[in-house]
Design a protein. Structure first.
Length: 120
């Protein structure tokens, strides 16, 4: 069942929004996977440095600026998520065009806000 969120751009730094998102997703009983440039752990979630071929990703939530997203386009598409969330500062029309061509939903929204208003 596709019910897991992949946080891309994850960080152990508690002041980073990606870290806050991991913790808030867990507090709302969502399953979470994390990818970042440094190994680490947030609330028991391992931040992976390598790209893992998950088969149960429902949502990819981005905390990477558009220039840093480009190397991961094929990876994101290969996961076949139901949707991709472009958090503030991550909006990327180039990736959105690719998502649309692959029938993957996307939205420009804040994961933290969506969780707070029960719209996640």
């Amino acid at each position: 069942m596709k019910d897991t969120t992949l946080v891309m751009g994850a960080s152990e730094n508690i002041q980073r929004y990606s870290n806050m998102a991991i913790r808030k997703l867990l507090s709302h009983n969502h399953k979470v996977k994390a990818f970042g440039i440094r190994d680490g752990v947030v609330e028991g979630v391992q931040i992976e440095k390598s790209l893992i071929d998950y088969d149960n990703i429902d949502t990819v939530t981005l905390y990477l600026n558009p220039a840093n997203q480009q190397p991961y386009y094929n990876y994101i598409l290969s996961l076949k998520p139901r949707r991709v969330i472009f958090n503030p500062g991550t909006e990327n029309s180039e990736l959105q065009i690719l998502l649309k061509k692959n029938n993957i939903e996307f939205e420009e929204a804040c994961t933290l806000v969506l969780l707070s208003i029960n719209q996640y």
